[in-house]
Write a protein that binds this ligand. Structure first.
Ligand SMILES: Cc1cc2nc3c(=O)[nH]c(=O)nc-3n(C[C@H](O)[C@H](O)[C@H](O)COP(=O)(O)O)c2cc1C
Length: 216
């Protein structure tokens, strides 16, 4: 094993080691509205669900870095969420991953990324922010809390108010997602992604010494 201490490393060195270790990460393509009603779209892979009661998830947002033409500036997504307290998380699958990643370019604030990459916007029910019509699943969300870690980074906790599913993805009777049909793309370190077509089913055995049967 090779041991690396975080102490003394630069922010970017930590970034590459951390994001190279945590994968595949789901990608939230977040739509939000600015003060003029322009729809912004940006991907975030520091993203995961945090609970069911309330239905919570978290996204970590860092200010634009030195590689951008907007270094130090807050991301449009964070500014819009602070201002309007509502947004939409659009899940990214194989069919939209290329466009979703293009939305991660440092477009100027007055450009709608969704429009620039050819996405269609569709109205939501619980929030004024539109969703991406091509996304297989989208969550209509309101801001739960923002944890400001520093002037440059914040963790946004969102509460899911409602969800939209492509028709074939929701088993309405069981109220479950048909995971066999959902093909999310995972982010690995840097510009590396993985497809999720190859599956294994691994039930957790219930500890029942009498039968030793795995639970359904
Ligand atoms: C796949 C992918 C995942 C990303 N994940 C994050 C993230 O978790 N946090 C973050 O601050 N930026 C992340 N970015 C960068 C933002 O998407 C990018 O800075 C974007 O331009 C922000 O747009 P906005 O200013 O419209 O909010 C990611 C980019 C890509 C392509």
């Amino acid at each position: 094993m090779k041991h690396v201490s975080m102490a003394g490393l630069s922010e970017m060195q930590r970034y590459w080691l951390i994001t190279g270790s945590v994968g595949p990460r789901p990608i939230a393509l977040v739509t939000s509205l600015d003060a003029d009603g322009l729809c912004n779209a940006a991907p975030f892979s520091a993203f995961n669900y945090m609970g069911e009661d309330p239905p919570l998830f978290a996204i970590a947002v860092v200010a634009y870095g030195q590689e951008s033409h907007r270094p130090g500036e807050a991301k449009d997504t964070l500014r819009n969420i602070r201002e309007h307290e509502e947004f939409v998380v659009n899940m990214v699958d194989e069919s939209i991953v290329d466009q979703a990643v293009q939305c991660g370019s440092d477009f100027p604030a007055h450009v709608s990324e969704a429009e620039a990459v050819g996405f269609t916007l569709a109205p939501c029910t619980a929030v004024r922010v539109p969703r991406i019509a091509e996304a297989p699943i989208s969550w209509e969300c309101r801001l739960f809390r923002i944890l400001d870690i520093s002037t440059q980074r914040a963790i946004v906790f969102g509460e899911i108010l409602a969800m939209n599913f492509r028709d074939d993805l929701l088993d309405e009777k069981a109220l479950r997602v048909d995971v066999g049909r959902f093909a999310p793309v995972g982010r690995l370190g840097g510009p590396n992604y993985c497809l999720t077509g190859e599956r294994r089913r691994i039930p957790v055995p219930t500890y029942m010494p009498a039968t030793g049967q795995p639970r359904e």
